[in-house]
Design a protein around this ligand. Structure first.
Ligand code: DGL
Length: 260
């Protein structure tokens, strides 16, 4: 049986990349909802509809567990998905707890999609962990599209990031939380524009640890050679040009792993 990893697009490859390292004897299915990306600019009803369709598909393909490797889809749909489907579903949340635990008394900036920033789920999480009110949120509406177009480190990207962060006195912040899986591709661009004392935090490791823990608990771990099948909105990806593109994204993520 397979572990299915789902995102609106190619951002969730950052979770797959981590999962391949931590769970090297598993079969994976990666589902990118390419027809409907970006989710972060859509309504909650649309996101719930797209995500439900994808989860149904992944279950039919023999998924034993599903990771919603998308902060936006988790924020909108995780509750309904868990009550409508009978298999373990692991969600993804911006790593604000990690930020509060590691950066005592300094400010944290969370960057995420507009839907995640507006959503109650993140607000409730922050209310639970941020008793000193040290967390600020920024919605970055354009980064997902840049990532899907394989534009990561161009002058346009850096100008966009700079202009969105202009209003913050960055000397007051000690961490930047990447609250969208697509944002992992921009660690080098962010590093170039942020002061060196700011740490970049993502939720990939925590999410994969949760997945591993859950599979161990349910005795669902396997011992097979690793394999990944890719699907774009329910269509198997077989073309070598597209598989080469996915490998370029995974290579980039490997390079971004060393940037903190
Ligand atoms: N990777 C998704 C996330 O983590 C991006 C959502 C989108 O498509 O806007 O939020």
């Amino acid at each position: 049986m397979k572990i299915a990893i789902f995102d609106s697009g190619l951002g969730g490859l950052s979770v797959l990349n981590e999962a391949l390292k931590k769970l090297p004897n598993e079969q994976f299915l990666y589902y990118a909802d390419k027809d409907n990306v970006p989710y972060g600019l859509k309504s909650n009803e649309e996101i719930l509809k797209f995500t439900t369709k994808a989860v149904k598909f992944m279950q039919e393909q023999g998924a034993k567990a599903i990771v919603i490797a998308c902060n936006t889809a988790t924020s909108v749909a995780i509750k309904e998905l868990r009550s409508n489907f009978n298999l373990p579903i692991i969600g993804m949340e911006p790593a604000v707890k990690k930020a509060v635990d590691t950066c005592k008394k300094a400010r944290t900036l969370v960057i995420a999609t507009p839907v995640t920033v507006k959503g109650n789920k993140l607000k409730e999480l922050i209310a639970r962990v941020d008793s000193d009110h040290l967390i600020d949120l920024v919605a970055l509406a354009k980064l997902v599209e840049f990532a899907e177009n394989e534009e990561f480190n161009s002058p346009r990207v850096k100008e966009y990031l700079q202009s969105e962060l202009l209003e913050f006195d960055l000397s007051l912040y000690s961490s930047l939380v990447l609250g969208c899986t697509h944002f992992n591709y921009f660690k080098d661009s962010l590093r170039e524009i942020l002061p060196s004392h700011i740490r970049l935090l993502d939720g990939n490791e925590g999410t994969v640890n949760k997945l591993k823990f859950e599979l161990e608990r349910l005795n669902l771990l396997e011992r097979s050679p690793a394999n990944v099948e890719y699907f774009y909105s329910g269509r198997a990806v077989k073309e070598s040009a597209e598989l080469d593109k996915i490998n370029r994204y995974l290579d980039r993520l490997d390079k971004m792993l060393f940037i903190e």
